[in-house]
Design a protein around this ligand. Structure first.
Ligand SMILES: Cc1cc2nc3c(=O)[nH]c(=O)nc-3n(C[C@H](O)[C@H](O)[C@H](O)COP(=O)(O)OP(=O)(O)OC[C@H]3O[C@@H](n4cnc5c(N)ncnc54)[C@H](O)[C@@H]3O)c2cc1C
Length: 216
């Protein structure tokens, strides 16, 4: 069992339907893209969550959705400011620094890229973010303001003037030429990661230029 540290929750707010942003004071260093384990009881196996806040921020943010039949998230959604939770140390290698790259995320898979963005690592990057509705494009107002045309939101179930209508794979299919020399970072469900990886490989991106983090 990993070492667990108790922290006091600062906030736990529903930021979109079924999606919450949990926050607590940062008392450790981490690299954007890393995860921590969270549990409400020491006896229960911690679930993994990507840190969504920047590496220099005073607060740690965790973006999560409720799995209605899940063990942790229905209980986590009831946690209030002042309650205590247990966390592990940060770990993981889903890390992207200064290099030119494309970030592709769906759902809560945006969390590691949000952390990279809030850590100031969005220069040289293109971010493609997908969800069914605009509501689920978490942090999109920050991305569109600072990344401008390097930010491409995609909504598959909602038509909006500021979003591509379709999935991230549909958007990638509209691109005639994609840069096959740079690295593509993917984060989200296994289904999305497999579909996007197949498509990129078909378009000529070498397997080794595709780095993925799957939220299972
Ligand atoms: C590297 C990584 C990073 C992640 N980051 C995030 C993040 O930033 N935000 C986020 O929301 N999630 C993230 N996740 C997912 C997260 O770890 C949890 O899996 C998720 O929040 C559900 O937790 P839970 O305890 O509520 O559900 P769980 O109890 O873990 O159940 C999840 C699902 O699996 C099913 N299930 C559980 N046990 C079994 C079983 N024995 N057999 C079959 N099905 C079963 C449940 O019915 C449910 O549908 C990440 C996962 C990984 C691996």
């Amino acid at each position: 069992m990993k070492e667990l540290v108790q922290v006091t929750v600062k906030g736990n707010n529903e930021i979109a339907e079924n999606a919450f942003l949990l926050s607590f004071p940062r008392n450790f260093n981490f690299t954007a893209g890393q995860v921590i384990g969270i549990t409400l009881a020491k006896a229960e196996e911690p679930r993994l969550y990507s840190i969504a806040s920047g590496a220099q921020q005073d607060e740690v943010w965790i973006l999560y959705t409720i799995k209605t039949d899940g063990l942790l998230t229905p209980q986590l959604a009831r946690v209030k400011a002042g309650d205590t939770i247990f966390i592990t140390k940060p770990f993981g290698n889903f890390i992207c620094r200064e290099e030119k790259a494309v970030w592709i995320a769906t759902g809560t898979g945006i969390a590691p890229f949000a952390s990279m963005f809030f850590s100031g690592q969005h220069q040289n990057k293109v971010l493609i973010q997908g969800n069914r509705t605009k509501d689920g494009l978490y942090f999109s107002e920050h991305f569109s303001k600072q990344m401008e045309s390097n930010y491409q939101p995609c909504c598959s179930r909602e038509k909006r003037p500021d979003c591509f209508h379709g999935r991230v794979t549909d958007y990638l299919n509209t691109l005639e030429n994609i840069d096959t020399r740079i690295t593509y970072y993917l984060c989200g469900s296994a289904e999305m990661v497999v579909d996007v990886r197949d498509l990129l490989i078909e378009k000529g991106v070498p397997f080794n230029n595709i780095i993925a983090e799957i939220f299972f």
